[in-house]
Write a protein that binds this ligand. Structure first.
Ligand SMILES: Cc1cc2nc3c(=O)[nH]c(=O)nc-3n(C[C@H](O)[C@H](O)[C@H](O)COP(=O)(O)OP(=O)(O)OC[C@H]3O[C@@H](n4cnc5c(N)ncnc54)[C@H](O)[C@@H]3O)c2cc1C
Length: 340
């Protein structure tokens, strides 16, 4: 039976970053690492269905793990992009509020300060008009260190480095069950034939360590791992977010965010750019029972109404359905944001 020191399950941004990092760690030299991915290639799930924003660390509760990791992650990801030629842009971001939301924006600024975000500042009317003439707002904060990244190029570079350092990548490989024998894990992996119906061809191998990076399926895999008590596996709530694409040339050069929804369930329907300059709006917040990725075109009207609070000239006809992503959340509808 084949044996690996580490088996990483899932080749999204997280699994690939772990593979890359492990292959460069001193203590891992001469160790064997494999990353298994059920799809034909990497990054087909949540990692390619998001806003591609490098967040500054504004929104999370001060002292929380998320607040600390977001701020540290921002620094590290900019450094990584620069060092390894991953396309990115420090666009900066405006958080804008109407008169009724001014108090919320003030609270957000104080929270950001408590989180150690030092480059967030108020801008006045004149500055706002200069930066984004199409925006209408009572007040605005500018976050200089927010930016965007080419997430596909990022994942590709991580994979290239992991492979160059000796790690294996195994696409079309779905982990079904994980048993235990002594101090080893025994993994049953279904090999998925290219373009054909799934063949029940099971490859069994062993690993000393497993890293579960299976995103939406992570809890399912945990529950199929011998020795993990069901009580220790958190319940995940699937929280769908839809995007609409702006049909015209973008009037914006920065990311534009409203004040976030209550409980930080979502950041509000914001405007983000990709590195080609395409503008999109989203995501909204919709808890769903099972993963699905349709975008209902009829929602364009509601999107336009919401966006008009800060971009008054938008019309329903300016929007076409884009894509959807699903956040695997630890908190359900109406619950406070979970940290760990
Ligand atoms: C709408 C939305 C907007 C977001 N916006 C941002 C943003 O602007 N900035 C930001 O930083 N983050 C954002 N995020 C969060 C970010 O996208 C995720 O944190 C990140 O992509 C998670 O990566 P992952 O590797 O954990 O998951 P995934 O990308 O889902 O990877 C998991 C992988 O595991 C594989 N897998 C699953 N089961 C198995 C199995 N049994 N065997 C083998 N492989 C398996 C899957 O095929 C998949 O490739 C957003 C998320 C959503 C949903």
């Amino acid at each position: 039976m084949d044996h690996f020191d580490v088996a990483i399950i899932g080749a999204g941004a997280i699994g690939l970053a772990i593979a890359q990092r492990l292959t460069t760690a001193d203590f891992m030299q001469q160790r064997s690492i494999v990353t298994l991915e059920q799809e034909a290639t990497f990054g087909q799930h949540t990692s390619s269905r998001n806003s591609e924003v490098i967040h500054a660390g504004i929104y999370y509760n001060p002292g929380s793990l998320k607040a600390r990791l977001c701020r540290r992650g921002k620094k590290l990801i900019y450094e990584y992009c620069q060092l390894h030629n991953v396309p990115f842009k420090r666009t900066g971001k405006l958080i804008v509020a109407g008169e009724d939301d001014f108090a919320k924006l003030e609270a957000l600024e104080q929270q950001a300060r408590a989180n150690g975000v030092v480059d967030l500042h108020w801008i006045d009317d004149t500055e706002l008009r200069n930066l984004e003439p199409a925006i209408q707002a009572h007040s605005a904060l500018f976050s200089a260190s927010s930016g965007i990244i080419d997430s596909h190029a990022y994942m590709q570079r991580l994979l290239q480095q992991a492979e160059a350092n000796g790690a294996l990548f195994s696409p079309r490989s779905r982990i079904l069950e994980i048993g235990r024998k002594g101090d080893r894990f025994l993994l049953d992996c279904e090999i998925i034939a290219s373009g054909a119906p799934i063949q029940k061809d099971i490859y069994r191998f062993s690993a000393s360590h497993i890293v579960n990076c299976a995103g939406l399926n992570a809890t399912e895999i945990a529950s199929r791992t011998e020795g993990i008590s069901p009580a220790s596996i958190p319940q995940i709530h699937l929280c769908k977010g839809d995007y609409f694409t702006y049909r015209r040339k973008s009037p914006f050069n920065h990311l534009i965010y409203p004040v976030p929804d209550a409980n930080n369930t979502g950041l509000g329907i914001h405007a983000t750019l990709d590195l080609a300059g395409q503008l999109k709006f989203g995501p909204d917040v919709q808890y769903v029972e099972s993963a699905r990725f349709d975008v209902n075109p009829d929602k364009a009207r509601d999107y336009a109404l919401t966006i008009a609070n800060y971009f008054p000239t938008i019309t329903t006809d300016d929007l076409s359905p884009g894509y959807a992503g699903i956040r695997p959340k630890l908190s359900g509808p109406g619950e406070a944001e979970a940290d760990l």
